[in-house]
Design a protein. Structure first.
Length: 232
């Protein structure tokens, strides 16, 4: 799929495909379940049986895996109309990560047995699922690009624009504020680095007036510098 994951068109396409899928399921009489999760609530845990397809309808949710005892690596931050959950159509599977609400979230759950029934009844359901899975793969590939360079500065320079595209609000003068409260440890978990290294890089970027941080929210003031840094 030749579409830029940082473009507004990508976001619109993903939302439309999710809405179309849920509408198709409704037309087929396929049961879905909506649930509200408060910050810190687990949607599922690593190792649980992968028995459903999940659609994030509102809020922010994170997928993460623990390592080295108390540390954790954030695999993805999800926004509305992202799909998630490890769902295998052949045999049984287990969830490969924890899914936890960052803000108040509304999640639609479609049990695996109903997904399979819908695919058998209506070919369009299979096509929508394939499209959404491809869009998810593109997001993973973009995140992997952030982790390829060894330097924390380059990783952060690649990550911040992605977060701004996904959760950003434009201010005057072309500045973009990432509308999430992110700690230095949160960012370290996303770029596979240490909190100390992330703090050092953020302080340098603030000194150079590339970013501004207020109440845990990061504003990108000069995205062109981040672009140059992201190229290594």
């Amino acid at each position: 799929m030749d579409i830029d994951p940082t473009s507004p068109e990508y976001t619109k396409l993903q939302e439309q495909e999710c809405r179309d899928l849920l509408d198709l399921l409704d037309e087929l009489g396929i049961a879905t379940a909506d649930r509200i999760y408060e910050p810190g609530d687990a949607v599922y845990r690593e190792g649980e049986y992968g028995d459903a397809l999940y659609v994030l309808v509102s809020g922010v949710l994170k997928l993460f895996r623990p390592y080295s005892g108390s540390k954790e690596a954030t695999l993805r931050l999800l926004k509305p109309w992202d799909i998630f959950g490890h769902l295998a159509f052949a045999g049984e599977t287990k969830q490969r990560a924890y899914a936890e609400a960052v803000t108040r979230c509304k999640v639609t759950k479609v049990p695996k047995v109903f997904v399979e029934r819908a695919v058998r009844q209506e070919p369009r359901v299979a096509f929508k699922l394939m499209t959404l899975l491809e869009l998810r793969l593109v997001q993973y590939e973009e995140l992997v690009k952030c982790l390829l360079p060894r330097e924390t500065e380059v990783r952060l320079a690649n990550l911040l624009p992605l977060l701004a595209q996904k959760f950003g609000e434009r201010n005057g003068g072309g500045e973009i504020t990432i509308n999430l409260r992110l700690t230095h440890q949160d960012l370290a978990a996303m770029v596979a680095s240490t909190r100390e290294s992330v703090t050092k890089v953020l302080n340098e970027l603030r000194t150079r007036d590339v970013i501004e941080i207020e109440a845990g929210r990061i504003t990108l003031k000069d995205s062109s510098v981040l672009t140059r840094l992201g190229r290594g």
